[in-house]
Design a protein around this ligand. Sequence first.
Ligand code: APR
Length: 306
Amino acid sequence: MHGLDDQAVARVSELLKGSTQPVALTGAGISAESGVPTFRSGESGFWGRFRPEDLATPEAFAADPLLVWCWYAWRRAQLAELSPNDGHRAMAAFEQLPGGFTVITQNVDGLHQAGGSHNVIEVHGSIAAVRCSADCGARRYLLHEHNHKHDHNHDRERDRERDRDASAEAVFASDREVARLVAEQGDAAFATISEGSGLSGRLPPQCSGCGAYLRPDVVWFGEQLPLEAVNRAFELSESADLFLVVGTSSVVYPAAALPEVAAERGAVLVEINPEPTPLSDRADVVIRSGSGPALSAVAQRLGLGA
Ligand code: APR
């Protein structure tokens, strides 16, 4: 492992081994090594005339639901091609530690779960989940876990499961169609979609409960964070004895407050990030490197291989 601070890696391994409640906060950096395009990079040139800040808002969805849905469809299709990296896999392996391991993530990409983690709190929602845009009370559902087992005691519940399976398949199919048009036509794809590709009549899909449009279950600019997830995240941070801050610039609140709360309650703070952040000065241990190499080195030291 070139360029890694072996002492810091050893220290983090020992801390994890002895911790009764280790918790991590992750951000876009942990997914960078999987090739997830960052939110604001605009690198691809696709949809070049739109800025994410202008699309990821409730106002944008109200003004042009088809456009916002298609942008997320394209992003979902891109993500479906990507795989979790060593950093995600190491964090999944940490769940075998005596104190267990919970990840609080700001990412919506689902790569922690794809890497094998079970204890994941998504404070900014998930791009793989959809819910009713009118909040009619119909349950949110995960597209990538539509076969997930639920209590099948009731026929109505079973019927709902079947509905969800069918609509998840339909969403995946339309995602692929949108992505194909974007790949072929770039910026012109949206005009094709809205002017009679057949997709415009079907998208966004409608809520089976009330008929309103479905929307991605992510936190848009100007929206509240999901209360239950945020409360759990703060509770865990207050009781954690070890807190890893991985791949986040630690500037977006309230998530950035979690390590501060943990440190105030006495947790040991570890930062893993190739660049300094506003939190670096408060960290007890810093590993200045990419999260994949750093976390897999830690996992190997702990005999958890990754
Ligand atoms: N390993 C670890 N960290 C990395 C790596 C890597 N390989 N590559 C980059 N980083 C670090 C960068 O140095 C930076 O500090 O990841 C961080 C990414 O910071 P941001 O892009 O600001 O992402 P994040 O902190 O997740 O942003 C928080 O802001 O845009 C909103 O809602 C969005 O959830 C996001 C939130």
